[in-house]
Design a binder for this molecule. Structure first.
Ligand SMILES: [Zn+2]
Length: 443
């Protein structure tokens, strides 16, 4: 019953001009809704002197004040508890509680109504269909179902497509691998860290080659790894599967996806989201490809706790070319490149942890794990990079060291202290990895 490569053929191939008209119309609708139903939004917009009547085109949208995560933290834990007055519906209508992971500060609570929850599933249906999921797939989700949104929505999106979904909740990694084998699952959703970790456990602890398990596709989220070529290649080789990236967030929604063409970037679901890229220094909106800026995003249809011109802190840039898959949704090049708050200056040079990951994972003979420690030696910044030697490469540290130093210099313009460790000695992470440590602030 294969009919179309698109979940929504009309919307995904809409001419850009019509797509923009749709975005403006939807923006005006969600802006009016928030203005009329939330005291938080009304205060914000009244202070800026902007009302729904003022929003007629894209240029007007850019005058609407941005919302930052810290502003959401300030209104929360007050009435209506626990969401505060950013909430646009009565508590009776809220059916879903989720919260952000809190890695950059106190967690933010997120309310959704059932209508919002169906919208989440619809967003995920675009993602999964574009990545080749079909009703014949049996999707195993090795995810500790809890207060975090990731993969809850993937679960419902897969069901909406007609896939068979196996919740791999509280099972441990070995039990999950056995379940995948027993049920002949065809697809997986997890963070890149966990996908690589599961493969490792299968091989080392169970004598099972994950490439033989019959997984055809893997959808990653939560970390940028599936858009980092070296990490993607390692996952694809380990599982003999196609690996696809997706970026989303609790307070935004599932806003982007890679398609089966694997174009080296993510499509923005522009029917459901308006993405603007802003130059962090000048505030100018970047329309052209090739220039990185921070993402300002609006979820055009999310009603309970709206996301309107949210400063996501994600660093992205537009891709120069349209995708061969025929979607008119724009691509962002190379996925999410990092976050404005995790790009650090070392020796006066901007350093993104993703750049180091890209180098480490592209060198054969180095294990998947690594650790970066930035510290001060006297007045000088110093970067220590710890890596592992893969089994069979124990005597090749010297050769790998030269290659690693050279690649790091080319990619990041910085010099590093290196430490080689035996395989299995660096910390392993279950879900999201914390491989980057900046100790300079402690001194
Ligand atoms: Zn595409």
């Amino acid at each position: 019953m294969e009919t179309t490569p698109y979940w929504n053929p009309l919307v995904e191939t809409l001419a850009r001009e019509k797509l923009q008209t749709l975005q403006v119309r939807k923006f005006k609708r969600i802006f009016t809704w928030a203005y009329e139903h939330s005291k938080f939004h009304r205060r914000l917009y009244d202070q800026a002197g902007i009302t729904p009547e003022d929003v007629r085109g894209m240029a007007d949208i850019r005058k609407v004040p941005q919302v930052e995560k810290a502003m959401m933290r300030d209104v929360q834990r007050k009435a209506p508890f626990p969401y505060g007055d950013a909430l646009c519906v009565s508590l009776d209508e809220v059916t879903e509680f989720r919260q952000t992971s809190g890695t950059t500060g106190q967690a933010v609570y997120q309310a959704d109504t059932w209508q919002d929850w169906e919208w989440w599933a619809e967003c995920w249906a675009y993602i999964l269909w574009a990545q080749g999921y079909r009703p014949s797939d049996r999707v195993f989700i090795p995810f500790g179902y809890n207060v975090f949104v990731a993969f809850w929505a993937g679960h419902y999106g897969a069901e909406k497509l007609g896939c068979e979904v196996v919740p791999g909740g509280v099972l441990d990694t070995q039990a999950r691998i056995l379940k995948i084998q027993e049920l002949k699952a065809t697809a997986l959703m997890a963070t890149p860290t966990y996908i690589l970790g599961m493969a490792d456990t299968a091989r080392k602890k169970m004598g099972i080659d994950p490439a033989t398990l019959g997984i055809a596709r893997i959808t990653c989220a939560g970390e940028p790894g599936a858009s980092i070529p070296g990490t993607k290649a390692r996952m694809e080789a380990a599982w003999n599967a196609r690996v696809y990236d997706h970026a989303g967030a609790t307070e935004i929604g599932a806003w982007s996806y890679e398609c089966t063409a694997q174009p080296g970037g993510l499509h923005v679901n522009e029917a459901f989201f308006l993405v603007e890229i802003e130059d962090p220094d000048t505030g100018e909106i970047i329309e052209n490809p090739g220039r990185q800026g921070k993402m300002i995003i609006t979820a055009l249809d999310r009603m309970a706790q709206p996301c309107i011109r949210f400063d996501s802190k994600d660093l992205i840039e537009w891709a120069p070319e349209a995708c061969v898959c025929g979607r008119s949704f724009r691509l962002i090049q190379g996925g999410v490149k990092g976050r404005t708050d995790d790009i650090t200056k070392v020796k006066g040079v901007l350093l993104s942890p993703g750049a180091i990951e890209e180098v480490v994972r592209s060198i054969d003979g180095l294990g998947n794990e690594f650790e970066v420690i930035v510290d001060k030696l006297g007045d000088m910044d110093q970067i220590l990079l710890k890596v592992e030697l893969s089994p069979g490469y124990e005597d090749q540290a010297g050769r790998l060291q030269d290659n690693l130093i050279e690649q790091l210099r080319l990619k990041t313009n910085l010099g590093y202290q290196l430490e080689f460790h035996e395989y299995g000695k660096l910390p392993r992470y279950e879900v999201k990895a914390r491989r980057f440590k900046d100790l300079r602030k402690k001194h």
